[in-house]
Design a protein around this ligand. Structure first.
Ligand code: PDD
Length: 313
């Protein structure tokens, strides 16, 4: 590997020199200025991420080595950090450099997803923000296993649950217990996702946004504090606009969700998937619908276009 032995400088912090063989033996992660084998990457127990879940994260999909919608993911990271008063340790350009470094160090074959986590840092346990603290920064990459074709062709099952999370769901916080419980609920039922409702209105799934199709029109819950604005939310807006599909952000009742012609979930790791049963009830025809097919094709075209745009640079 070309870069082995090089020292990648960032704000005066030298990245650890890395032997070529490291990437072949185990994943290499970036932690607080060092590139380390995963098994050697450690955080003190007083890290506020561990003690309080006081941190922010991002999951960025990469097709091959090309990050998809990286600018939007990094903007959301910056927004989330700002909203809880953690200084963003890097500029977008520096984050991109770091992502490339981790990707190069691991040399994974195929698609991957980069995970970024920034916590407030290590301090004596006290709830309020410590005065002087350095954020903890972790970047790692893992293979991205996209949903099997069968799931796209046959559709997936989901269940529902009352949304009992906090009221700042727009922040991509590592405090994910509510989401963990919703995901576990799906696992217990042997389905793909738990779709949540708050006071009778649709919010989102445990780790995906939800889209309702009726009469050829798409609706989604508004981008407010009750949902995380997925990076695919913006993409769906663009795809619908380009394909002349009406898209409305509005409050959606539970009855409307069950009466939908099509139901779709979206996330970095699922891309977009059609939901064909909800709590055991059939949605629409019980098969993936025409709007899903168009949006999925549009999604794949957007992936291709972004890789081509990058290669052309
Ligand atoms: N989750 N809503 C929630 C609660 C999420 O956790 C996610 C993504 C989304 C979709 O966002 P995006 O389109 O940016 O992936 C919506 C990621 C994949 C995760 O936690 O692993």
């Amino acid at each position: 590997m070309e870069r082995a032995g090089a020292v990648w400088k960032n704000r005066g912090i030298p990245f650890l020199q890395m032997p070529n063989t490291l990437a072949m033996t185990e994943p290499v992660v970036y932690l607080n200025g060092d590139m380390l084998p995963l098994s050697e990457a450690r955080v003190p127990v007083l890290d506020r991420g561990f003690i309080f879940g006081d941190g922010i994260y991002e999951v960025i999909p990469l097709y091959g080595v090309t990050p998809f919608r990286a600018q939007q993911h990094l903007a959301r990271l910056q927004r989330s950090l700002a909203s809880i008063g953690i200084p963003d340790p890097f500029s977008a350009t520096e984050w991109l450099g770091l992502i490339n470094e981790v990707v190069a160090a691991n040399a994974l074959a195929g698609d991957q997803m980069v995970y970024i986590q920034v916590t407030r840092g290590v301090a004596k346990r006290a709830h309020a923000f410590p005065k002087e603290v350095t954020p903890t920064v972790l970047v790692m990459t893992n293979p991205l296993v996209l949903p099997a074709a069968e799931l796209r062709e046959k559709g997936v099952a989901c269940v529902t649950m009352e949304d009992r999370r906090w009221l700042n769901c727009q922040i991509k916080s590592t405090s994910l217990l509510g989401n963990v419980l919703a995901a576990q609920n799906a696992a217990v039922h042997g389905v793909t996702e738990t779709i949540q409702f708050r006071d009778g209105f649709l919010t989102e799934a445990s780790s995906s946004n939800v889209w309702v199709v009726k009469g050829g029109r798409v609706s989604a819950p508004p981008k407010d504090n009750l949902i995380l604005e997925g990076i695919r939310y913006g993409l769906m807006e663009e795809l619908c606009a380009a394909m002349d599909i009406s898209l409305e952000a509005r409050r959606i009742t539970r009855d409307e969700v069950f009466a939908a012609d099509e139901l779709i979930i979206s996330s970095a790791t699922k891309e977009i998937l059609p939901v064909v049963t909800l709590d055991g009830s059939t949605i629409g025809t019980g098969k993936p619908g025409p709007i899903y097919a168009r949006l999925y094709a549009g999604y794949q075209a957007a992936k291709l276009a972004s890789s081509e745009a990058l290669t052309a640079r």
